[in-house]
Design a protein around this ligand. Structure first.
Ligand code: VGL
Ligand code: ZN
Length: 240
């Protein structure tokens, strides 16, 4: 039977690192990373409507961060504080009241998790949050470690698997990350597991299609729209 989640004030949405450098044209692009944006916009709208908390984490490195190749780390320089690459994607619609959590700000320390070196756990607990839903970039680094830390901090945790993409430095990394999260008790969900999302009204542009093609559900119509080679996320980073 399909699981159905009902969002309440005791839930939080965690949007992990949807920053220009992790998107096409960025310094460390995650394959298909742009595909998470319209899905996360739907989740954000849904969580906002339900009165749930919304957090957006960002990788926020100093220019000499230990994870950069010049310092002997594995990554090209990315998400350097105050740069265009560190900004959230302009296509990401963060609802009013979204709390921003900056992480990995210490030059000498890598922190993939949004909980590591931040007050995220304290904030969630102070606000009575019991369950967190996590999506964003990248599945095999910051999403993985944020989910594992959410479990360590005692939160019920759900990976939004349609709203995350990974790097796969080694083939299979993403699958192994999902196995690790599942082994620690994280559940997995997609938009189909949120009955509320099906009530999202379709827009004018796609109304004709809805009538012409009756067997498609509203959710499927939205999905089809996302597959087209155009849309708000096509504009990401074209300014370069
Ligand atoms: C990340 C690699 C390096 C992430 C951050 O956000 O998943 N990955 N820094
Ligand atoms: Zn980083």
């Amino acid at each position: 039977m399909k699981k159905e989640y009902v969002i309440s004030k005791e839930d939080a949405l965690m949007i992990v690192d949807v920053q220009n450098d992790f998107l096409p044209g960025g310094a460390l692009p995650v394959p298909e990373g742009e595909q998470v944006i319209p899905v996360l916009n739907d989740y954000a709208k849904m969580f906002k409507k339900a009165g749930a908390k919304i957090f957006a984490t960002r990788d926020w490195h100093p220019p000499n961060h230990i994870s950069f190749k010049a310092q002997g780390g594995p990554w090209p320089p990315h998400c350097v504080q105050q740069t265009e690459g560190a900004r959230f994607s302009p296509a990401l619609k963060l609802p009013e009241g979204t709390e921003i959590i900056s992480k990995a700000t210490d030059p000498a320390k890598e922190s993939y998790s949004g909980f590591d070196g931040t007050d995220l756990a304290a904030k969630l607990k102070a606000q009575g949050v019991k369950r967190v839903f996590v999506g964003g970039l990248a599945t095999d680094y910051c999403v993985l470690n944020t989910v594992l830390d959410a479990r360590k901090n005692g939160f019920d945790t759900v990976l939004l698997s349609d709203a995350t993409r990974g790097i796969n430095v080694k083939p299979g990394d993403v699958n192994r990350a999902i196995e690790q999260m599942t082994a620690k008790g994280a559940d997995q969900a997609t938009l189909e597991n949120f009955p509320d999302s099906l009530e999202t009204p379709i827009d004018e542009e796609h109304a004709a299609e809805a009538i012409a093609d009756k067997p498609l559900s509203k959710l499927e119509i939205k999905r089809k729209a996302r597959m087209r080679p155009r849309g708000p996320y096509k504009r990401v980073r074209t300014e370069r």
